[in-house]
Design a protein around this ligand. Sequence first.
Ligand SMILES: *[C@@H]1O[C@H](CO)[C@@H](O)[C@H](O)[C@H]1NC(C)=O
Ligand SMILES: *[C@@H]1O[C@H](CO)[C@@H](O)[C@H](O)[C@H]1NC(C)=O
Length: 204
Amino acid sequence: MRSSAVLVAVAAALVSAQVPTYKSSLNMTIDPNTVAQQQRAVWCQAQTNTCQVLCDNNADDNDCDQATLKYDCTCASNSSAPGLQYYTQTLPTFICEQLYANCIQTNAGNQDGQRACKNNIQKLCATQNPPTAAEISSAEDQSTAAATATTKAASTHHAATTTGAQTASSAAQSTTSSGFAAATLGPAGSGAFAIAAGIMAYML
Ligand SMILES: *[C@@H]1O[C@H](CO)[C@@H](O)[C@H](O)[C@H]1NC(C)=O
Ligand SMILES: *[C@@H]1O[C@H](CO)[C@@H](O)[C@H](O)[C@H]1NC(C)=O
């Protein structure tokens, strides 16, 4: 009984040896050259938008380099990163999904390999959507009423810092609209740059 359990463990280790194990999607990296430039632009745009939203529109650091897929996201409120790995529309999650897709392809016809792709990679890819960035920031562009609502969301956060993340995001979600999420709220100039670059990428 015991030795067969060991054998199973050894066999599992051998199989998963081909698929790396990670602690979280934060620890996943991908060669940027294996991702189309346009795709990287989209990823970075979403990453900077999501960082902004998760930081309640107050990020100290928020940038994403399309060439290297390196990013920074630090919230002003606590000088810490928000939990990017728990949300879709973030670089860690995009990378996670891409690594999973690559892994499945690499292990075509290999059930054990594909199982390892699922267990070692896919399980760590977030499935929860972040509060919608588009709703918050395009509201400001589109109407003063919406902008007022957004401002309200921001001041709600200042008034109640302990529940700030929850309150601000739910208030923000109640302002409706769609379209491009402009990073014009808050100090994240680099977000705006990433968006401009993303749009350029589509035009090219
Ligand atoms: C995983 O990533 C986190 C955050 O970047 C880092 O603090 C941690 O040391 C990494 N762990 C490993 C095993 O690489
Ligand atoms: C820092 O604050 C952001 C929101 O402002 C929050 O999402 C994040 O979880 C906080 N990080 C830590 C480590 O407390």
